[in-house]
Structure formats: structure tokens, C-alpha cells
Design a protein around this ligand. Structure first.
Ligand code: ZN
Length: 338
């Protein structure tokens, strides 16, 4: 089955005050996601680049937070006995416990490290390996407690632009008996593709992207890294995990690959003077189209005069924008994965 990459080139004519009122033509590209048919808009002139922000003052003013080593085992909630009689769970430096303010049926927090703040170029693969491994353990225990929890996300908001009020690096492990909108769109579109073509969309996508070579980053073990054709956020990087219907079947090798890829992406963001991001690892236990997919996007960097990157396009038109051509992003990020 041939995957269709549909795009529209738009041009806007104007007399530019930046070029002595010469007539110029500014391009915008609209891309349609081959699976979900959702449209994305690539606006390459938006979001001016910024200088690196110095977090020293912010980190020192907020140090000693509830996730810092001196507080985390005293001031955070404990799991109920049926889930974890030991109260909190640990893997290396990672510590897991229920979210005091859960956003679903099962909401947990995994504090990733002892450091209160880490710039993006200082996260280590080991930090994410431990964090993901502990997240898996939480999912395993929660499912044993409530088998209806089939829709899981291991997600991260990093820094205020990413929606995190706490600077201290942490993941959120959220499981529900009903899917999020995004999970449902992915499941329905994957199932319908599979019914029509008798093949798995993600397998076809990886094969196609490998042949095209423009957006494919690398394959490591069962994990395929790529830049999506129609991104749903800035500098989006994805990893599809093949042959694993859910997070629970992952072994140490897969966790190490995922952790390394996340860290490579964060190093690239840091290289571009970005400092905030969101990450989601979707683990969808669906009989007809199970899916294990990781997505990372950058957010506009924290800076003195912060510019929010959710405009009327995203919040009122459900049209997602990004500011770099995916092919260019892929070219730039590939060396970070070697
Ligand atoms: Zn802290």
C-alpha cells in the first residue's frame, strides 16, 4: 500500500517594509497526516530564535521542592497497600508515588533524579532508563489492581512553557479505562488502515520513510526513529516500537534505546537554544491495533518575555503549527543519534 503524503503550498504576496517595500512572496505549507488526516501548518518565519536562558536564579530560588531528596520520602503521597505495600517505588535514583492531584483513574509521578534542575544537555540515558523502567512497574501494578486500565501515557512536561509548575524533572504515568482524544484518533485510523490494506500502518510508514530517506532518523533494535511528515508540534521526533503491543513487554535493551534517543533529542534541542519540551509515550492496549509510540516536541523556550506557542490556530482552529520543515529537522538531528 502506498502511503500518501499530501501537501499544499500557499504563497502570500505583499510589499515588505523590511525590503524597501519590494514585492515579496511568503510561503506557508499545509501538510496532511497520512494516518489521521489531520492538517498541520508549517510557518517557517515564526518564533524568533533566542539566546540561552540562565536558570541559575530560578533553580536556586525553588530548590528544596517537594521532589528534592530531603523531602521526597516525607512529603509525597504513598500508594494504597493493594498496589504497593512499600508505599513508594524506586529504581536507581527514580522514585514513584501517586500524584496528589491526579488527572485520571490512575495518576502517578516518577521523580527522575536527585538534581532539582537539569538543563537539556545534562540528562543522562540512565536517568530515563530508570524512569521508564519504574513507570513500567507502576503500570504493571496498577493493571493488577484494576485490569480496566488499558490506555496509558508516560508523559513529561518540562519547565513552565511545557506546562510544569515544578522545575524538578519528573514523568507522569497516567492510566484510564477510556482513551484520550489523541489515542482514539490513532487507534481508529490505525484500525481502519489495517482493515483496508491488511497491513500495519506503522510498519508501512517506516518502510516508506526508509526508502524516501528524508525524514527517517534510524532503527535501533525494534525501535524506529523518524520525524513525522505533518508534525503536531515544534521539532517533533517520534519513535515507533515494533513487535511490542504495550509497554509491559519491553526489556532492558528497548528501554536503553528509548532512553538514549530521548537524550539525543534533548541534546539537539539544547543545541538549538531550546529549553522546554513535552514528551508522551502512548501505550494503547487495544486488541485490534495495539500501539506503542513515543513523541517529543519542543516548546517555545523560557525567556524573560515569554511567547506562548499555542496561538488561535492551535486552540481555536485545531490546526497545529511548527516552524521547521521536517526534512530539515531530520537532517539536523541525525548526527545526534550516532
Ligand atoms: Zn526539587
Amino acid at each position: 500500500m502506498e502511503i500518501k503524503f499530501e501537501r499544499y503550498h500557499l504563497q502570500s504576496e505583499l510589499l515588505s517594509p523590511l525590503q524597501e517595500f519590494k514585492r515579496i512572496s511568503v510561503p506557508t505549507e499545509i501538510r496532511v497526516d497520512p494516518l489521521t488526516k489531520r492538517r498541520s501548518r508549517i510557518i517557517t518565519w515564526s518564533l524568533p530564535s533566542t539566546e540561552k536562558f540562565d536558570f541559575t536564579e530560578m533553580a536556586s530560588a525553588s530548590k528544596g521542592c517537594v521532589f528534592c531528596p530531603e523531602n521526597v520520602l516525607h512529603k509525597t503521597p504513598k500508594f494504597i497497600e493493594e498496589v504497593a505495600p512499600e508505599g513508594r517505588l524506586q529504581r536507581g535514583k527514580a522514585i514513584g508515588f501517586p500524584n496528589l492531584f491526579p488527572a485520571g483513574a490512575s495518576g502517578s509521578v516518577v521523580v527522575l533524579c536527585e538534581e532539582h534542575f537539569l538543563p537539556l544537555n545534562q540528562f543522562s540515558p540512565q536517568t530515563y532508563e530508570e524512569g521508564l523502567s519504574l513507570s513500567m512497574e507502576i503500570v504493571r501494578r496498577m493493571i493488577r489492581f484494576d485490569p480496566d486500565l488499558r490506555y496509558w501515557q508516560i508523559s513529561q512536561n518540562f519547565l513552565l512553557p511545557g506546562g510544569s509548575s515544578i522545575l524538578h524533572p519528573h514523568l507522569q504515568v497516567i492510566g484510564d479505562p477510556i482513551p484520550t482524544n489523541e489515542m482514539e484518533w490513532l487507534m481508529e485510523a490505525s484500525a481502519s488502515y489495517q482493515e483496508k490494506n491488511n497491513t500495519v500502518y506503522w510498519k508501512d510508514l517506516v518502510e516508506t520513510e526508509k526508502k524516501l530517506g528524508e525524514r527517517f532518523i534510524t532503527t535501533q533494535g525494534h525501535i524506529h526513529w523518524f520525524v513525522p511528515f505533518a508534525p503536531i508540534g515544534f521539532n517533533e521526533v517520534c519513535a515507533w516500537v515494533e513487535n511490542h503491543p504495550s509497554i509491559l513487554t519491553l526489556g532492558e535493551e528497548e528501554l536503553a534505546i528509548l532512553a538514549k534517543g530521548i537524550v539525543s533529542t534533548l541534546k539537539y534541542y539544547d543545541h538549538k537554544s531550546l529549553n522546554s519540551f513535552n514528551l508522551a509515550f502512548y501505550s494503547i492496549f487495544d486488541e485490534s491495533s495495539p500501539l506503542l509510540l513515543l513523541r517529543i516536541i519542543s516548546r517555545t523556550p523560557f525567556q524573560p518575555f515569554y511567547l506562548n506557542d499555542c496561538t488561535f490556530f492551535e486552540v481555536l482552529q485545531s490546526e497545529l503549527t511548527s516552524n521547521i520543515y521536517p526534512e530539515e529537522l531530520c537532517r539536523e538531528i541525525r548526527p545526534f543519534f550516532t
